[in-house]
Design a protein around this ligand. Structure first.
Ligand SMILES: C[S@@+](CC[C@H](N)C(=O)[O-])C[C@H]1O[C@@H](n2cnc3c(N)ncnc32)[C@H](O)[C@@H]1O
Length: 240
């Protein structure tokens, strides 16, 4: 069964996800850093270390949201990063942040759907996604279109929540994710469902070897999963 943010509404998962991120866009950055206790910045940093090794010139940041991964990815010294997202609200916050930081010549944010990317084949040296793939309506379609726009030899880097498997982290994480996080999320974001959808979508997501299996099936080579912080989060990599 598909996990959607608003179970009592009729729209597709994609429409509901866009609505949800539009609703929480103004509080997203604050909640992100608060609920993860800042570890999200460290996780993206680890992914950027991998990106750096590939010295990419042109990078596509899928589900860029408010642009945090795109901004951190500038450490890899690309000529340009294009970020795409389906939420107008998230992009508006991101564009403002990029303007304030004087990064408009380096990062360009646009509306764009991972499943119908408006770019030609073999365009990007690297495609990156942080905390985005779990929200796709059709995961395989999104990952296939990302494969299409990657240059041969290009690198895919995905960061996504995963489920810790070892005692006592598994139990602590489950308690925090199911009880504390939705409560704080609801109070601060004022969205009834967004932070209930978060643990539910993580639970339904094919993490670890299941995800690298999907990447293999699509055609990515040298796929790897690197768990971080007791497996709360994983970095997945692959090449075209
Ligand atoms: C949890 S946020 C992550 C934002 C950012 N990457 C970060 O690390 O903070 C997930 C984002 O995925 C976007 N998204 C979901 N489905 C998408 C799709 N099919 N194509 C593009 N963006 C999508 C949402 O609108 C949202 O901004």
């Amino acid at each position: 069964m598909k996990v959607v943010p608003y179970k009592d509404q009729k729209g597709s998962k994609k429409e509901q996800v866009a609505d949800m991120f539009n609703n929480i866009s103004k509080r997203y950055d604050l909640l992100n850093h608060l609920l993860s206790m800042g570890i999200d910045i460290y996780w993206r940093k680890q992914a950027v270390k991998i990106l750096k090794k590939h010295q990419p010139e042109l990078v596509l940041d899928i589900a860029t949201g408010t642009g945090d991964f795109a901004i951190q990815a500038l450490d890899a010294k690309p000529k340009k990063i294009i970020g795409v997202d389906i939420s107008e609200g998230m992009l508006a916050v991101g564009k403002e942040k990029i303007k304030k930081a004087g990064l408009e010549d380096k990062i360009e944010l646009r509306m764009g759907d991972s499943e119908k990317l408006l770019f030609e084949d073999n365009k990007f040296d690297a495609v990156i996604v942080s905390f985005g793939v779990r929200n796709f309506e059709n995961l395989e379609k999104g990952l296939s279109d990302m494969f299409r726009v990657l240059k041969p030899g290009g690198k895919l880097i995905v960061i996504e929540f995963s489920k810790p498997k070892v005692f006592p982290m598994k139990q602590l994480y489950n308690f925090y994710f199911k009880n504390i996080l939705p409560l704080i999320g609801k109070i601060i974001s004022k969205d009834q469902s967004a932070y209930t959808y978060l643990p539910e979508s993580v639970n339904a997501f094919p993490d670890g070897e299941k995800f690298t299996g999907i990447l293999d099936k699509i055609g990515y080579k040298e796929t790897l999963c690197k768990p971080l912080t007791f497996g709360i989060c994983s970095i997945y990599t692959g090449s075209k």
